[in-house]
Ligand binder design. Structure first.
Ligand code: ADP
Length: 400
């Protein structure tokens, strides 16, 4: 089965065409600066080659047309016609409590994706634009929505509720939803395979540490708790997001700086986190570079990132009453041996020990813990596109 995975942002579109019979990525690329006026960027990698060019893409429909052209025509074509694509899997950030699993797109699904857009305006409306652009450019090819929130739908009310008046949960659906679900699910399954044990008997803590970052507690393959909440703002210190903050501090800042709700939204989502504390960058490599040159605020940002991650791992260790594996994944988790060592330092009380000989320089799938560590510490590269494609295949099979 050939699956086209689409990840639509407000001004970008990333795609991968995957042959699910053998896992081969046939083609991948992205369109950038969609609808911003001026030239858009288009990049395609296929057949071991890469093409980069400036194009026009005023909207997602034009961007998808470029993708279809690249897949079917010219030097990097990998299929004769779009009808050879069996299904399209769309990443959707927010599925509310309506989607415990991926869903084949129909009018009801599209209406719900649109409806939940109030909670994830940057993401859901873009996903919808991507879905509709695919319907127009590739009529007849079934589309599936794969939600970042689905995997977290096994949380029980004690974990997903906020301590607010209950009617606001009922009427406004204000509760914790989590995000990065496809990644947490994928790496948890990979961890079980690596340990050679059924996921049903494992307790796993998965740390997805990228520009956006979240940690999940997984018991028997089901999410028990996760650090992101109503939106991806809650939890860890991130590239530009505050993570956990006292709401009273938010109100205080709004009042004193005279910020509107939209301005405060930008403040907590785009101006805070590593960038806000360091005053330098949201990129972890820049933070570490500055820290190594003695920049104190970069050091502070690093220390805060590490401490928050440690807090969540400790909390989830307690919630799960132990754990078999801690998994590090995503840009920082996969590549940064120093941050893994910092997070796992002084975990002796939990019996978790990293082996520097295995951890140092590790950027690939590996167990980086000592033989006597009570929990395995695993570095597992995430593969969200493959995970989306798998869930797309499952949803199509179930719908038949
Ligand atoms: P997202 O998908 O949320 O944009 P990624 O998973 O791509 O994020 O992770 C991006 C982060 O990973 C950036 O902060 C980047 O600095 C960090 N990163 C990437 N490579 C390395 C590396 N070799 N060492 C440290 N951090 C890295």
């Amino acid at each position: 089965m050939i699956v086209l995975v689409m990840n639509s942002g407000s001004s970008s579109l990333k795609f991968q065409l995957i042959n699910m019979d053998n896992g081969e990525v046939m083609s991948k690329g992205l369109v950038e600066r969609i609808g911003l006026g001026g030239v858009a960027g288009f990049e395609v990698k296929a057949k071991g080659e890469k093409i980069k060019k400036d194009v026009t893409a005023d909207n997602h429909k034009q961007a998808v047309a470029l993708v279809v052209d690249a897949l079917t025509k010219g030097d990097l074509a990998v299929v004769d016609d779009f009808s050879m694509i069996d299904a399209i899997g769309h990443r959707v950030v927010q599925g509310g409590d309506s989607f415990p699993k991926a869903a084949v797109v129909d009018q009801r699904v599209k209406d719900l994706v649109k409806g939940y857009g109030v909670m994830a305006p940057l993401h859901n409306y873009a996903a919808l634009a991507g879905i509709e652009a695919c319907e127009e450019n590739m009529p007849g090819i079934p589309s599936v929505c794969v939600f970042d929130t689905s995997y977290h739908m096994t949380m029980d009310p004690a974990h997903y509720m906020y301590a607010i008046p209950y009617e606001d949960y009922e009427n406004l659906k204000v509760r914790r939803y989590g995000a990065h679900g496809t990644s947490h699910k994928y790496v948890a399954r990979e961890a079980a395979k690596a340990l050679g044990r059924p996921i049903e008997e494992l307790k796993i803590i998965t740390c997805h540490l990228g520009n956006g970052a979240s940690i999940s507690a997984i018991n028997g393959g089901k999410i028990v708790d996760t650090s992101m909440g109503f939106t991806p703002l809650e939890g860890l210190v991130m590239g530009t997001r505050t993570g956990d903050i006292d709401p009273a501090a938010v109100l205080y800042i709004m009042k004193h700086k005279g910020l509107s709700p939209d301005e405060m939204d930008t403040y907590v989502n785009k101006q805070s986190g590593l960038l806000g504390v360091s005053g330098l960058s949201n990129d972890f490599r820049d933070i570490e570079g500055a820290m190594d040159e003695g920049n104190e605020r970069a050091q502070l940002a690093y220390d805060m990132f590490v401490l928050r991650a440690k807090k969540y791992i400790g909390a989830y260790y307690a919630e799960l009453n132990g754990c078999d594996a801690i998994v590090f994944t995503a840009g920082i988790g996969e590549n940064d041996d120093r941050v893994r060592a910092s997070i796992c330092a002084d975990f002796d009380a939990l019996g978790i020990k990293l082996d520097p000989a295995k951890n140092d320089g590790c950027r690939e799938f590996r167990d980086v813990s000592t033989d006597d560590s009570k929990a395995r510490v695993l570095v597992i590269p995430t593969n969200e596109e493959y995970a989306i494609a798998s869930e797309t295949v499952e949803a199509i099979a179930e719908a038949k």
